[in-house]
Design a protein around this ligand. Structure first.
Ligand SMILES: Cc1cc2nc3c(=O)[nH]c(=O)nc-3n(C[C@H](O)[C@H](O)[C@H](O)COP(=O)(O)OP(=O)(O)OC[C@H]3O[C@@H](n4cnc5c(N)ncnc54)[C@H](O)[C@@H]3O)c2cc1C
Length: 267
């Protein structure tokens, strides 16, 4: 059984700053980490590997520096990592990202299950998983919070969406996106961390993916959308008001504010 895990390297959103002038994320202002949901996806894959045997391949599309994310994936139980990296992939929107990831998966060859996180903490569209499945022409299940069973033929999962808990069975190959509730990702052991540092991460670009990728469908060229500007809402500070002495005046003014803010209506 081969399981592919899609893992994105994201900026540390607790620390990252926004360049208000240019309207972009200042990626140099903070370190990077693996998108937290993708650690859950990896853990789910590694647990299947431990119970029934599987090869776990982590795949990341990003700049050359994203190879550290794949090394970390190896230290957490992935067997190998593949980086999809090429200047021509730069500026990809969701569609072009999903198309390129799907090309990378096709280039890997046979696979049974693809895992992705439900969303990222930077782009946060939550669309990549479904679109990858579409490009691969395989079924997918979203919002998975438990794997009941997985084998070469099918996967049985539990999803909790809207008002219902659903048990779903999907024929493989198929794609599953996971929520944070599915598991608690393990921490890498020191020796695995050290070992993963020596791992060689192949970087596949246009040449390696040529058989599966049309240049006009990736990067800026292949993108249907374009981010024109990112605006961070200005922080609104609380306005404090203090009334003293005259309670009638205080109440009247307070009521006027509530009416003005449409908190209450007075006939
Ligand atoms: C320079 C630059 C320019 C960009 N320009 C545009 C633009 O013009 N228009 C636009 O819409 N977007 C743009 N983007 C954002 C880009 O489209 C998103 O980073 C990408 O589509 C992933 O979307 P998301 O983060 O919302 O993923 P989600 O759909 O929220 O992610 C779901 C899951 O998909 C998988 N996944 C997502 N991305 C990757 C990845 N790179 N590698 C491996 N797995 C992944 C992970 O498992 C993740 O948990 C740009 C990004 C960069 C860096």
């Amino acid at each position: 059984m081969r399981i592919i895990v899609l893992m994105k390297q994201v900026p540390d959103m607790e620390k990252v700053k926004f360049d208000r002038e240019k309207g972009v994320i200042d990626r140099k202002s903070a370190g990077t980490e693996i998108n937290p949901f993708d650690l859950n996806a990896l853990e789910a894959a590694v647990q299947i590997k431990e119970t029934r045997g599987a090869e776990v391949v982590a795949v990341c599309m990003g700049p050359p520096s994203a190879e550290v994310a794949l090394k970390e994936a190896i230290s957490r139980g992935a067997d190998r990592g593949i980086l999809l990296s090429d200047r021509k992939f730069g500026g990809s929107d969701v569609k072009a990202t999903a198309y390129t990831l799907a090309a990378g998966i096709k280039a890997i060859g046979e696979y049974d299950l693809v895992f992705a996180g439900i969303q990222t903490v930077d782009g946060d569209t939550g669309q990549v998983g479904a679109e990858v499945a579409q490009f691969l022409d395989i079924p997918h299940i979203y919002f998975v919070e438990k794997i009941v069973e997985a084998n070469e033929e099918s996967v049985t999962v539990v999803t909790d969406i809207w008002d219902g808990v659903y048990v779903k069975k999907m024929k493989l190959p198929g794609l599953v996106t996971v929520t944070k509730d599915i598991n608690s990702p393990r921490l890498p052991a020191f020796k695995d961390k050290m070992k993963s540092r020596k791992a060689v991460i192949p970087a596949w670009g246009m040449d390696e993916l040529a058989e599966f990728l049309d240049e006009t469908e990736t990067g800026r060229k292949g993108s249907a959308t374009m981010v024109k500007k990112i605006e961070v809402p200005k922080a609104v500070h609380r306005k404090g008001l203090l009334w003293r002495d005259n309670m009638d005046t205080a109440l009247n003014e307070f009521m006027d504010i509530l009416v003005d803010k449409k908190v209450i209506e007075v006939e």
